[in-house]
Design a protein. Structure first.
Length: 152
């Protein structure tokens, strides 16, 4: 198998542990037969911010924020993600989109500051697409079909 996992610490909640189990099963199904190395970082810190998951492969860095929600919610880029019952998804006054966006910036800062330490990045121009990671918000157990995305 070409998938290696590094775990900073154990997840605190059962939904995170269950979501990671499903994620790793999907990773094995999708990438298990490939020769290329794929890395998964779990529950770690970068520039003093906790990140749930990050998938690293030769051409991508994909931070993943795990959230639990059984209800539909309204999601927007800059506002709260709220359910009809008043539950707000996110933490520290940041919605999940803002959280993963911040993770992208943290990765960008670390790579840019340390690019001289990586032979493959040493001569990379600043506008190289690799600098701009994708990010994902994963809702556990699944995204409710009545969830609404606005302003994306």
């Amino acid at each position: 198998m070409t998938i290696e996992v590094w775990m900073g610490k154990n997840f605190d909640t059962s939904y995170e542990r269950e979501a990671v189990g499903k994620f790793l099963d999907d990773m094995e199904f999708r990438f298990g037969d490939e020769e290329k190395l794929h890395l998964v970082l779990m529950d770690y810190y970068i520039e003093n911010r906790q990140i749930d998951l990050t998938f690293l492969k030769n051409d991508a860095i994909i931070p993943i924020e795990l959230k639990e929600c059984h209800e539909p919610f309204i999601a927007s880029e800059n506002g709260d993600w709220c359910t009809p019952s008043g539950y707000i998804l996110g933490s520290e006054d940041r919605n999940p989109f803002q959280q993963v966006y911040e993770h992208r910036i943290k990765w960008f800062n670390v790579l840019k500051a340390n690019k001289h330490k990586f032979r493959c990045l040493d001569n990379a121009p600043d506008e190289r697409p690799f600098w701009y990671s994708t990010c994902i918000v994963a809702i556990s157990p699944s995204l409710h079909p009545n969830t609404t995305n606005i302003n994306f």
